[in-house]
Design a protein around this ligand. Structure first.
Ligand code: VG1
Ligand code: CO
Length: 539
């Protein structure tokens, strides 16, 4: 039987950088998750007879919302839903499954790197048929629908067993519970030279951060590639990620960093986030910034079988350093600069204009799926190490000696009063015309703007994507507000300094960025607006 339940709109269901993210308690309000899912189904066309993929990162509320989504999908007319066993699907695995099954789309339940548990975060994202996050015109339509919704529909009946692979029927719709890992692991075997990685005799530490990549990493690294048991740390997905932030950066993956800088360091260290789409790469004694990792992977990708034919283009988000652009120039292929968030890469990948994409926030991926992919980046690095016989440190030094180095850091000011953060950005925007030519210490402003993107495939425009101040010589600072937070505002300040190949290539990042940090404060008045004199997180 299909139930129709009257409801009223919630005013706060606008999807952000990567879906709707809120505190669990917000999602637990009656009708809250249902309203959003129904709004997705109301907006999406072609549901009759179609397949929908559903899965998440295993955090608290995952199973509950999956049961709800299955019932609502049955009422919406889907013929089949494909659900990861135990409700588990990493974000890249969900993207792959959507593509492999020719699904209409998928619901990916995650708040990514944000903490989980009854008092922490949850999220729902809709991905479209190419496997990627819904583009802005779709998320805008979903948001509009959330503001006018009056009812939602669901099949009634008991909860389904999500833990046993197989098929059951709900109101004429087939529910298929599948192994969340197998298809994804098979895909990785087609892209990378597993024999060469196995033969290289490398030692690896992979920190799954008690999040979704545990089962994927155990299958791929320990079972298929034969790395020693224990290579995968924190490999069991927990609903609260063990109380930690599943955020692979130098703050939250500190144990891994300390290991990699110690005498006991293995050759290669890596970590991934809550939903498995981010990666942290640390060689023995050498941290690689995500922006550099993108550039180094692009420069060496041809060494892996899946990319032996070369790259069509490289895309990066605007705040990501320009290191990848130099690689694209050397390869004679186009470089694209998009707004923050993976949804902007999908069109370029679909059009065959780019092969590899990346973001400074530890996201890297390629046209094998339409999401960023943490384990993919790990495997590409391992393939490159195996093919070259070099260490991460050697790869990095060789890269800088050829291309120069983009010193880079991001300073995050978290939990800032939203009005104060908005005022800071508004003041910056107002100051933009006056900035060119002004000097800040040794730096002279060459140009300043509020980044707007014209998608070359459909000419759609996305404006107000972050304030950039470019200095003479290739240094710059970018200011933008996070679109993934769940309380207050997070101000992100992205700092970059280019040092040419004959310059200082192995100096402390903080020292190299000090002038730009000072200029950022002078330009934006961070302390004056927010009351903060130092960032909460430096990555
Ligand atoms: C952040 C990152 C962005 C990333 C997004 C989703 O967004 O900066 O690069 O695409 O998270 O990543 P924001 O708006 O907070 O800066 V994930 O791993 O949360 O799906
Ligand atoms: Co993520």
């Amino acid at each position: 039987m299909i139930r129709t339940v009257p409801t009223q709109p919630f005013g706060d269901q606008k999807p952000g950088t990567s879906g709707l993210r809120k505190k669990v308690k917000v999602f637990q309000q009656p009708n809250y998750a249902e309203n959003f899912i129904q709004s997705v189904f109301d907006v999406v066309e072609g549901k009759q007879g179609a397949t929908l993929v559903i899965g998440g990162d295993g955090r608290y509320l995952n199973r509950t919302v999956i049961q709800t989504a299955i019932r609502m999908a049955a009422a919406a007319g889907f013929a089949r839903v494909v659900v990861g066993q135990g409700g588990i699907l990493s974000t890249p695995a969900a993207s792959h499954l959507i593509r492999r099954r020719g699904a209409l789309g998928g619901l990916v339940l995650s708040a990514s790197h944000n903490p989980g548990g009854p008092d922490e975060d949850f999220g729902i994202k809709y991905n479209v048929a190419n496997g990627g996050p819904a583009p802005e015109k779709v998320t805008e339509a979903i948001h509009a629908r959330t503001l006018s919704i009056t009812q939602w529909h669901a099949a009634s009946g008991p909860d389904l067993d999500l833990d046993t692979p197989g098929e059951v029927t709900v109101e004429g719709m087939t529910v298929e519970i599948v192994d969340p890992v197998a298809d994804y692991a098979d895909l990785m075997e087609t892209l990378f030279d597993f024999d060469a990685i196995r033969a290289a005799g490398l030692t690896v530490a992979f920190d799954a951060m008690s999040a979704v990549t545990g089962p994927y990493a155990i299958e791929i690294l320990e079972r298929r590639l034969g790395f020693a048991p224990g290579t995968v740390r924190n490999g069991t997905p927990l609903e609260d990620f063990g109380g930690h932030h599943p955020d692979p950066n130098l703050v939250h993956a500190r144990d891994l960093y300390d290991l990699m800088m110690s005498a006991d360091a293995p050759d290669f260290g890596a970590a991934s986030d809550g939903d498995g789409d981010r990666n942290l790469i640390i060689g023995r004694g050498r941290f690689v910034t995500p922006s550099d990792s993108l550039a180094m992977l692009a420069a060496n990708a041809h060494l892996a079988p899946g990319y032996a034919a070369g790259l069509k283009g490289i895309a990066r988000s605007m705040p990501t350093s320009a290191a990848a652009d130099r690689v694209a120039a050397a390869l004679g292929i186009p470089a694209f600069e998009t707004p923050t968030g993976w949804k902007f890469f999908g069109n370029l990948l679909d059009a065959g204009m780019a092969t590899i994409c990346g973001e400074e926030s530890a996201g890297t991926g390629s046209d094998h799926v339409r999401e960023k992919d943490g384990l993919w980046a790990v495997l590409l690095w391992l393939n490159i190490l195996a093919a070259t016989g070099k260490s991460v440190d050697e790869i990095a030094r060789d890269h800088w000696a050829r291309f120069g180095r983009n010193y880079y850091a991001r300073h995050d000011y978290e939990g800032v009063d939203s009005a104060a953060a908005d005022a800071l950005i508004a003041a910056l925007r107002a100051d933009l015309p006056a900035l060119p030519g002004r000097r800040f210490g040794p730096l002279t402003v060459a140009a300043a703007d509020d980044f707007a993107y014209r998608d070359p495939t459909d000419e759609s425009i996305s404006a107000n994507q972050g304030v950039r101040v470019l200095f003479d010589g290739g240094s710059r600072v970018v200011f933008r507000l996070s679109g993934t937070g769940t309380s207050g505002a997070t101000l992100r300040v992205y700092l970059e300094r280019y040092e040419p190949a004959d310059g200082y290539l192995d100096t402390d990042t903080g020292t190299m960025l000090a002038d730009i940090v000072a200029a950022a404060e002078e330009i934006a008045g961070i302390a004056r607006h927010t009351g903060r004199t130092r960032p909460d997180v430096v990555t």
